[in-house]
Design a protein around this ligand. Structure first.
Ligand code: HEM
Length: 509
């Protein structure tokens, strides 16, 4: 057997080393090399500063081989990204813009030239998601979906959030009793945001405080797993070659998407028989044109519901985790917030109403400051839909250029925030906010393509924290690190090291 295999191998090798296959191999390698490096002079030719690319990865891994946050710091602080610079992501030229006036021009003033993001949907079932849509399709879908997130609609969802926040509060107290020491607050908030987005986006009551391993939670977990093996190779090819890869390679998320499609379809059918709830799913079902026909198709509603889940679950859990950490490690700030919560609740007869939440200004400022110091998304991205000259420069970028803008490094830049590592919610007093450039604070992105659910995210975070803090005080425990919170530098969403955050939740007198 081995003899036969060796024979075949030696015949193949003999053939490969004959002139024709060698020539084909050499031509293929030369073509790949040409395609990978043809834009290496792209930025130099336009007089744009930036790092020198290296074959085969360009500047993808920084100077080289740094992690994601390390890359952000490197490009912003040392390669000119604080103003603007150009780098090569594998083979693709990317403009990196940290200048606040340019960010405003790109995301707001000249938005018509930057309505899109790069064409990248990791699954064919994700193609209809708002995040992925471009051009007119994006504009139409966004304008149909925007009213879903208005304050009057949020008010209607208040009770759903409140029920989930009350479960969170009970769980935190029970966990504290069980462990007797400290709890992983990231895990607690993950359960809360899972339940909250499941009930608000899918109309599903998945009570992950009781059972974190429901079918819903198990399928959801797959969406957040970092791709490995085949899924990782497929993702790399997708970034390099675009959505064509979806047609060639099977989709590892197929069965998960089918699960969520079944959940949404089942709920849609139930709703058609008259069972209405005040959640996102119902609002999407209620989008009607002037003839009273539903505007969004079933497949679009499924895609948007899954999108809300993907982008809404972990981002908000992380905001809550970092906020709890900041309060535990800044007791004087927490004291002010606890007094304010008590005062406001007294005025509102102990009820955590929508109006009561609106009066908790110190809590609001602490959430804003948390999002400054620990913004869950480290950067935003646009794609030029036309040729564009950067205002005040003679740099012109062609249609189809990826433009990235920092959030993380911008928010920690001492030129925008003196003593940037200090947690100081007073930076968000109205008079302080007024002094700053509007693009110096962009945790939810900027302009018409910003986070559609900003108000919902801030609202659910406020409900969760107020429900917890009215009964509990947060304190550092033996495993709470000293500020600043150490980060997992490889994660694309800002994550505490080890994806855990331990602290103590002590009952208030
Ligand atoms: C603290 C929580 C959150 C943060 C920090 C956050 C941040 C962001 C950021 C930075 C963007 C990109 C904006 C841009 O490119 O300018 C974005 C987009 C988006 N977010 Fe959020 N997000 C949060 C919560 C949520 C939630 C709860 C939902 C859904 C229920 C959601 C839905 C979306 C959608 C659909 C988009 C794409 C909008 C579009 O392309 O038109 N986000 N978010």
């Amino acid at each position: 057997m081995i003899g036969t295999l060796l024979g075949v191998l030696s015949a193949v090798l003999k053939w490969v080393f004959t002139p024709l296959p060698l020539a084909v191999l050499a031509c293929t390698m030369a073509t790949i090399y040409y395609l990978m490096t043809k834009d290496y002079r792209f930025w130099k030719a336009r007089g744009v500063p930036g790092p020198t690319p290296t074959f085969p990865y360009g500047n993808e891994f920084g100077p080289p081989l740094v992690d994601f946050i390390g890359f952000e710091e490197w490009i912003y602080n040392t390669q000119g990204g604080k103003k603007f610079c150009g780098y090569i992501e594998m083979a693709r030229p990317v403009l990196y813009v940290g200048d606040l006036d340019l960010i405003r021009a790109i995301t707001i003033k000249d938005f018509e030239s930057f309505t899109d993001r790069r064409d990248l949907a990791i699954s064919e079932d994700f193609m209809e998601m708002l995040q992925v849509l471009n051009g007119k399709e994006w504009k139409d879908t966004r304008s149909v979906m925007s009213p879903t997130f208005s304050s009057s609609k949020l008010r209607a969802m208040h009770q759903l959030c409140l029920d989930n926040a009350s479960n969170l509060n009970d769980y935190v107290k029970a966990e504290m009793k069980r462990t007797g020491g400290e709890i992983d607050i990231k895990d607690c908030f993950g359960r809360f945001t899972m339940d909250n987005i499941a009930s608000c986006a899918f109309g599903v009551n998945c009570n992950s405080f009781k059972d974190p391993n429901t079918e819903f939670a198990k399928n959801a977990a797959v969406l957040f797993e970092a791709p490995t093996g085949f899924a990782a190779v497929r993702l790399t090819l997708l970034v390099l070659l675009g959505n064509i890869v979806q047609k060639i390679l099977p989709d590892p998320l197929k069965s998960v998407n089918q699960f969520f499609a079944r959940v949404v379809n089942r709920t849609i059918n139930e709703r058609q028989t008259g069972d209405r709830r005040k959640d996102f799913l119902q609002l999407l079902l209620d989008t009607k044109d002037k003839d009273g026909k539903r505007i969004l198709t079933d497949s679009s509603i499924i895609a948007q519901s899954v999108l809300f889940f993907i982008v809404g679950y972990d981002t908000t859990a992380k905001l809550l985790t970092f906020a709890a950490y900041c309060l535990a490690t800044n007791p004087e700030v927490q004291d002010g917030i606890l007094s304010e919560i008590d005062e406001v609740l007294e005025r509102h007869k102990g009820q955590l109403t929508y109006e009561a939440l609106g009066e908790m200004h110190q809590l609001d400022r602490a959430i804003s400051e948390t999002l400054r110091l620990y913004p869950p998304a480290a950067r935003i991205e646009r794609l030029s839909s036309k040729e564009y000259t950067l205002p005040g420069t003679n740099v012109t970028i062609p249609k189809g250029t990826v433009v990235q803008m920092p959030i993380f490094t911008l928010h920690r830049d001492p030129d925008h925030y003196p003593d940037p590592m200090r947690f100081d919610p007073d930076r968000f007093l109205p008079e302080e906010k007024e002094k700053r450039h509007p693009c110096a604070y962009i945790p939810f992105g900027s302009g018409p393509r910003n986070c559609i659910a900003m108000r919902f995210a801030l609202f659910e975070a406020k409900v969760a924290l107020a429900a917890m803090l009215r009964e509990t005080r947060l304190e550092p425990g033996p495993n709470t690190p000293k500020p600043p919170m150490p980060l997992d530098k490889r994660a694309f969403l800002l994550t505490p090291e080890g994806n855990k955050a331990f602290l103590r939740a002590v009952p208030r007198k």
